[in-house]
Design a protein around this ligand. Sequence first.
Ligand code: FAD
Ligand code: N01
Length: 529
Amino acid sequence: MDLDSMIVGAGVSGLYMLHRLRGLGHATVVLEAGDGIGGTWYWNRYPGARCDIESLEYSYSFSEDLQQEWHWPDRYSLQPDILRYVNHVADRFDLRRDVRLATRVTRATFDEVARRWTIETDTGSVLTATYLIMATGCLSVPRVPELEGLEDFGGRWYHTGAWPHDGVDFTGRRVGIIGTGSSGIQAIPIIARQARHLTVFQRTPNFSVPAWNGPLDPDVEASFKADYGANREIARRSDSGTTLEASTTPTHAMAPEVAKAELERRWAQGGFNMELVFADETTDANANAIVAEFARRKIRDRVKDPAVAALLCPTDHPFATKRLCVDTDYFETYNRDNVTLVDIRAEPIARATPAGVRTAAREVALDDIVFATGFDAMTGALMAVDIRGRGGQSLRAAWAAGPRSYLGLMVAGFPNLFTVTGPGSPSVLSNMMTSIEQHVEWIAACLGHLRDRHIRLIEPSAETEQRWTDHVREVGDQTLYPRANSWYMGANIPGKPRVFMPYVGGVGAYRTICEGVAEHGYEGFALAS
Ligand code: FAD
Ligand code: N01
């Protein structure tokens, strides 16, 4: 099958990309490995899976009718509600007919003579397309760590990112969960309520702030919708891709009493507001330490046993340099009689056994193990495909020392290949809906520009790519982010290069750069007809 464009992935990125490319008149197909659409919200069905961006903002903005008509039940949406929404959008815009499910792309090769991509799949089909758009997601390759003896474990085991579709009943069972990132922190309170006993195996304590979630207030909904367009524009021009109000005052300009009140005010607002207390919160270690200590004090307030509270207090990374967790009753869960916290730095897990898990200090009998151990983030899904550009060079080789790109959108040596929310763009540091729409719209406008001028080839120069890659690193180095062993740094995957992958210059500033590049005739890109 010969196409104008091929999209890989039917999450919120791939589906919107399809909609925009139809608008250009492109013959386009979306290939999706899963049996359904929705990406993240299709796969991550673990108990408590929920959004940490407010529902009114974690949604598409491209259709005024859609955003006005859709009603979100909660301030922060549950996974089934988001999945229902994505399915509604697919039906409303008649997207399904160009989506092929249960089809994994395994290889993509650029033919320099035909100037087209040849795409191979695990079903044996071969397609060709002028443009290849990878909408494969930043958090779509779940990672189960090596655990000796897992094959002999007599119970059931699951990964949060590949959860069974008919759910899991933990009633009466002894459950162990490994991992206390966002997924673990959401799942732990819910599993604890159901299980006979829950053992949490914690390697690194994490900062988490309350969501203060609840039903969406009708007055808030009405007033936000009354100015939906303006609110979206604020989000697009902000650092975070949201309408949250960021502080412009650095710590040294704030009197201690004012700072204290500001911390409490932000805490009461909940969620990512805690990242925005001081203008220098993620760039100045002293400013950050104030927020970190405030967050630790809140943990000590929430957890009754001081020894358990101490284990739950993060001390090895600055506040919010790992994706901040947003919770409902996470720390309070450790006040329950049926929950045990095991510090696996002090007593590492030695192996799984037929009856449970053995640590250096004890045997823990388990019926179920839940891995909330995260993803091979940002590069994992791209590197999983054998992508070959000019001269047969592979993307895996090009990125062996860490990802390189121009704007997180294209890679030198790989013409006509686009990455939605690729490394080198703000993506995972933002409300991803805002970043996804920006990328999709930029790519669609770019392809429209090429079509109108009968141009068939676009590719960044190696120099431009180098400059942008250096810029991404320099901006990252001005912050505290590289101090954390986070998945932003690739630190969760043994052997992965330690590189800060997203662009931390801010969603609004980044958008302006992308707009400038387009206005100057796609500056930095080589275009050929
Ligand atoms: P995805 O949703 O990851 O979709 C990519 C799709 O590509 C997947 O369906 C995958 O199966 C498919 N795919 C990958 N490789 C191939 C291949 N080789 N062949 C065929 N198909 C392939 N972001 C926020 O901004 N706020 C949040 O609150 C938030 N919560 C999250 C909660 C969880 C549990 C996770 C994991 C992520 C969360 N994110 C959040 C990030 C989230 O991934 C994005 O917001 C968004 O859903 C990404 O959409 P996407 O379409 O780009 O990628
Ligand atoms: O994954 P993570 P996640 N032995 O990588 C531990 C988004 N998201 O799925 O910190 C023992 O953050 C690991 O420990 P350590 C969001 O962007 C959003 O939770 O590496 N433990 C860590 O505790 C998020 O950041 C939402 O020491 C091991 C945990 O597992 C991203 O997805 C909800 C281990 C992994 O945490 C990923 O979140 C869910 C090992 N071998 C996800 N390997 C919301 O919006 C790893 N760990 C709310």
